[in-house]
Ligand binder design. Structure first.
Ligand code: TPP
Length: 813
């Protein structure tokens, strides 16, 4: 066998039988690599033909990937990116037909199991859940977590997938969960492009993997470019392995295994991956394999040609170093097969690629054509029944539709719409078309909107409600102690619950919710992390995807911004982008709303509402309600963020007797004070301000304010309690500490538009939010930056004054 740069050799003597078996493995690898190349070429053609919107393929990376596949064992899991089609083929996790189905955006999980047409071409993933949304056995086959497009975004998740193995190995109470792990033997295999190593998230994840010593094997596919920008403009010294030298482990210090191997050298690749994987699996050591000298025969994607930025010399070099050609030469030289035998094998691979493409296209097109024909028949019939100009219009619509040989569903839907509009004066003629369109829209609703949140029996919305129980002698304790008792019960009840974050372990978090719990449950159950918000969330995502129940803490809501990308792109989209194939029930715990100054007073709720659909966003006003939400979420299978009120940890609350089991329903507001004049809709820290203002309004002006705590922004008032209040008061103020146009606007839209609250108003609806900037420092800065009792008083007073000037004279403020 030949030798890689750092790769060593694999020259152990083998029996003739083993030799033969190995040869057939090599030929199988060659066939897959060759077939994958043909797939790239054919797929590119499909985009050029207009059958697909966009294509990005794995050409040039084939040889390394068939070699990498050999290092996988059942239960191992991949977190990679769009170049990995060959790896997926080699692992048996993807068929050619499925690859093309995804390229065509075939909206059916039977055709595209990774995403049901939602993802994008070359966004891979396995179905880890059954059709009831429950976990399958993840250890009896290889797994792939679902890809996303932002370069580097596979890294935070990769950290967590690998960390889960460590927990499953080191925590004895987890050994029973063999559906997810066998003693933590599973490796999390990552892949990333060379240029993406310039992303901050790459460094954060690599550093954390070294600190945590997780079984992660990361391959860097290095083809020198990141679209058009070369390596020496991406990373210092132009080489990621050179840069990572400081991470290399030594006899004295823990660190990484580090390997460099060339992307066209099959034998060295097989040997390197196998040897490295053995170390990673056995010793739980992270590793990076830098695969150099890769090529990109078709260029970056279908969006442009690489001749625009690669020199003729580089293009020539790429041809000479093409992995498939080199692999073929090596096989012939090793006398594993003759040129003629390889030609036959290539022929077969080509047939397989073509058959996959053609099968996928037929499967994609035939139901749409059937729908088109169905609609065509209806329009033609309607044309026969219609009179005057609409008959002519319908005949034209029918013939235009018939002329579409490869229709899109949207074109069919548009034709139906056009026909219905043309028949607006003949409703009885239009009726069959309307019925057809309604049925079609219901199907599309399912195709494109289902599985944003859990629809399983484990949905957080299906968790039974258990009210808190307060015996007569229920003690009054500081708010943080309520949380502490809740977390203690959760950790005791369920060994899968793992809490971590900055200062969460030894200190028990900056507000003591976890105080003493590390001492009780150990460092792996209640742990400290480095200051790395993005990978705290990634760590949680990967753990949750392997059956654990992480509670990941972001110390202050203001610092969520560092984690928001991964929460938005990865966590919140996971269930949706896999169409219910994967889930990560992560609980993100944070605290916000009001403390001191620009960076500790955050209440950027609309930032979350806009970017975290797919997660629940909960805003309890006190720690008892927060505890109830945690108890609910731990029984559910959706990700969520709970924003605790920063200045409420030392406020006294009664400790419920059933602190470990009582639950808070999601999306159910609470009326904190009944009133008949104005409804104030608010949440979190503003509840107290609203109540204080309501009391003053009643005492001073006889205004009876109904104060409603929404408690949960996503989901929002699922039973329509707020509109019932509006029916009584006919006036409303939406109050919070977000910026103008932030969550107050969101609540207003929910109540006035979705719940139809507009129809019950007799004065203009109003919002009262913080100023358009972040809060200035100091108590006075806070007072003039955020709503306070006086501004709430004035806002409500103005609302009631609008309909009764005589009773409410102007205050002149
Ligand atoms: C966060 C982010 N920025 C930019 C892009 C656009 N983009 C897609 S691929 C790519 C280059 C990636 O290069 P590399 O990591 O070397 O991987 P390769 O595609 O060469 O395999 C860029 C800039 C993106 N997808 N995500």
């Amino acid at each position: 066998m030949s030798k890689g740069k750092d790769g060593g050799t694999a020259t152990a003597t083998r029996s003739p039988k083993a030799e033969k078996a190995d040869h057939s493995g090599v030929l199988r690898d060659y066939e897959i690599a060759y077939m994958s190349r043909q797939v790239s070429t054919l797929a590119r053609g499909e985009v050029m033909l207009g059958r697909a919107m966009f294509g990005i393929f794995g050409d040039g990376k084939e040889v390394a990937q068939v070699a990498l596949a050999r290092a996988f064992q059942p239960g191992d899991i991949r977190s990679g990116y769009y170049r990995d089609q060959t790896l997926m083929f080699a692992l048996g996790l993807l068929t050619v037909q499925q690859f093309f189905a995804q390229l065509y955006a075939h909206a059916d999980i039977a055709a595209d199991p990774a995403s049901g047409g939602r993802g994008m071409n070359a966004h891979f993933g396995t179905r880890m859940l059954d059709d009831q949304g429950r976990w399958k056995n993840l250890t009896d086959q290889y797994q792939s977590s679902a890809d996303s497009s932002p370069t580097g975004s596979q890294m935070p998740r990769l950290l967590g997938l690998a960390y889960a193995s460590r927990l499953y190995r080191e925590l004895k109470d987890l050994h029973q969960f063999t559906q997810f792990s066998h003693n933590g033997n599973e490796i999390a295999f990552g892949t990333i492009g060379n240029a993406s190593c310039a992303e901050g998230v790459f460094w954060e994840a690599v550093n954390a993997a070294g600190v945590l010593q997780v079984p992660m094997l990361l391959s860097v596919w290095d083809d020198w470019y990141g679209i058009s920008v070369p390596n020496d403009m991406q990373v210092t010294k132009g080489s990621i392995s050179e840069l990572l030298q400081g991470f290399r482990r030594t006899p004295e210090k823990k660190g990484f295994e580090l390997e460099v191997v060339r992307g066209w050298d099959y034998a060295a690749l097989v040997e390197t991956f196998q040897r490295t994987a053995d170390v990673v699996r056995r010793n739980h050591v992270p590793a990076v394999v830098h695969v150099t000298e890769m090529t990109q025969p078709h260029g970056h994607s279908t969006s442009g040609s690489h001749e625009r930025y690669k020199s003729p010399e580089r293009l020539k070099w790429e041809k000479e170093h093409d992995g498939i050609s080199r692999f073929r030469e090596w096989i012939i030289k090793q006398k594993i097969a003759s040129a003629a035998e390889l030609d036959a094998l290539q022929e077969h691979a080509m047939d397989e690629a073509r058959a996959g493409r053609d099968g996928a296209w037929r499967a994609y097109q035939s139901p749409i054509n059937a729908e088109k024909d169905e609609l065509h028949a209806l329009i033609a019939a309607a044309a026969g029944n219609a009179t005057g100009s609409s008959a002519t219009t319908l005949a034209t619509i029918a013939s235009d539709l018939a002329a579409r040989t490869t229709p899109l569903r949207r074109e069919v839907a548009a034709a139906a719409h056009e026909a219905i509009v043309a028949l607006r004066d003949a409703p009885s003629v239009a009726e069959p078309l309307i019925q057809w369109k309604r049925a079609q829209e219901a199907l599309m609703d399912n195709r494109y909107h289902a599985e944003l949140y859990s629809e399983s029996s484990e949905s957080a919305l299906a968790v039974p409600v258990e009210a808190p129980i307060y015996p007569d002698d229920a003690p009054d304790v500081d708010g943080y102690m309520v949380l502490n008792a809740c977390f203690d019960a959760a950790l005791r009840r369920d060994p899968r619950v793992i809490a971590f974050g900055e200062d969460v372990g030894k200190l028990g978090d900056v507000n003591q919710g976890f105080v003493d719990l590390q001492a009780r449950y150990g460092e792996l159950r209640v742990g400290d992390t480095g200051i790395r918000e993005c990978t705290i969330i990634g760590q949680a995502i990967g753990m949750a995807m392997r059956g654990l129940r992480p509670i990941a803490e972001i110390q202050y809501l203001d610092y969520l911004l560092y984690a928001l990308q991964v929460m938005s792109d990865d966590l919140a989209t996971l269930r949706y982008r896999t169409r219910g194939g994967q889930k990560a029930p992560v609980i993100v715990r944070t605290r916000g709303h009001r403390l001191v100054g620009v960076w500790h007073s955050g209440s950027p709720m609309a930032m979350m509402l806009g970017s975290l659909r797919g997660m629940y966003v909960l805003v309890p006003r006190d720690m008892t309600r927060a505890a109830g939400f945690y108890n609910t979420l731990l029984q559910g299978d959706d990700p969520a963020i709970v924003v605790e009120v920063l200045n409420a940890y030392r406020v006294k609350e009664k400790l419920p007797a059933n602190i470990g089991t009582f639950t808070m329903p999601l999306g159910v507001p609470e009326i904190l004070r009944e009133g008949s004049d104005v409804t104030v809709v608010t949440y979190g820290a503003c509840c107290k301000i609203a109540l204080d203002a309501a009391r003053l309004l009643e005492e001073n002006a006889g205004v009876r304010v109904e104060v409603i705590d929404v408690q949960s922004l996503l989901p929002f008032d699922i039973n329509g309690l707020i509109v019932e209040s509006l029916k009584k008061t006919n006036k409303v103020l939406f109050l919070d500490e977000d910026v103008p146009g932030g969550a107050t606007a969101y609540m207003m839209q929910e109540v006035l538009e979705r719940q139809g609250g507009f129809y019950w108003l007799d004065s203009a609806p109003r919002t009262l939010s913080a100023a358009a900037h972040r809060a200035a420092y100091g108590r006075d800065g806070d007072y003039w930056s955020k709503p306070n009792v006086e501004t709430v008083f004035d806002a409500v007073y103005e609302i009631v004054r609008e309909t009764d000037v005589a009773r409410f004279p102007a205050l002149g403020v």
